[in-house]
Design a protein. Structure first.
Length: 223
């Protein structure tokens, strides 16, 4: 299963699809961190980056999962001992790529987006947000991949509207309605990111788990 995940990451890179997400990420980070935030706003720089990176990560996850042809994906399921293992290997590969992009984004924010080193609490909270951002992008990208939504047009629209729905629901409703992306940004802007992480973190992880479970269920019943 791990070997298949590594193979899929390699195929994604060799297909040059990785450069689509990489260029989007670099453009986003260049604009977002074009000037350093004042001292005391390090949490906002990290949280904003984690939130705005989600659609780029979803695009990366979707592209990775779509790299492998459908027939080859079926053969992979046979070779690794079942569809469950094949699905898990795809998610592992997608999360690995998303985590790499998230690490790049956080490193960029720390090197070029802040004027001073964040406190340890903010640094840990920011790292957690980027991990959750990678999980969110993986789930959204998987749910809009070709194995679930065969139409490219529908897939792209679902990805964009799925991200917008998360933003709108987290802005207008209770935090538990979706991954609380706007909640991350609000907490950071108020200087409460580290303090509210025990509240916002579990909600975010639960919704990521629901999204990944939904993908696994759909893969089991549709292919």
């Amino acid at each position: 299963m791990i070997a298949l995940a590594g193979y899929r990451v390699t195929a994604y890179v060799r297909s040059h699809r990785v450069y689509q997400a990489l260029l989007l990420a670099l453009a986003l980070l260049t604009v977002l961190h074009g000037s350093r935030v004042p001292a005391g706003q390090e949490g906002s720089a990290l949280a904003d980056g984690a939130v705005l990176l989600v659609p780029v990560l979803a695009w990366a996850a979707r592209s990775l999962l779509d790299t492998e042809p459908d027939r080859q994906r079926e053969m992979s399921a046979v070779l690794v001992g079942g569809r469950g293992r094949e699905v898990a290997s795809g998610l592992i590969a997608a999360f690995a790529v998303c985590a790499a992009f998230a690490a790049l984004a956080m490193g960029w924010a720390l090197l070029l987006g802040v004027t001073q080193r964040p406190s340890d609490g903010i640094l840990v909270a920011g790292a957690v947000l980027y991990v959750v951002s990678a999980l969110t992008g993986t789930a959204l990208g998987a749910l809009t991949s070709r194995a679930v939504l065969p139409s490219p047009a529908v897939s792209i629209m679902a990805l964009v509207f799925g991200y917008l729905a998360m933003l709108l629901l987290s802005a207008a409703g209770p935090a538990w309605l979706t991954v609380p992306l706007i909640g991350w940004m609000r907490a950071a802007s108020l200087g409460e990111l580290a303090g509210r992480l025990p509240e916002l973190g579990p909600i975010s992880l639960v919704w990521c788990a629901i999204g990944l479970a939904a993908y696994a269920w759909l893969r089991h019943h549709r292919t």
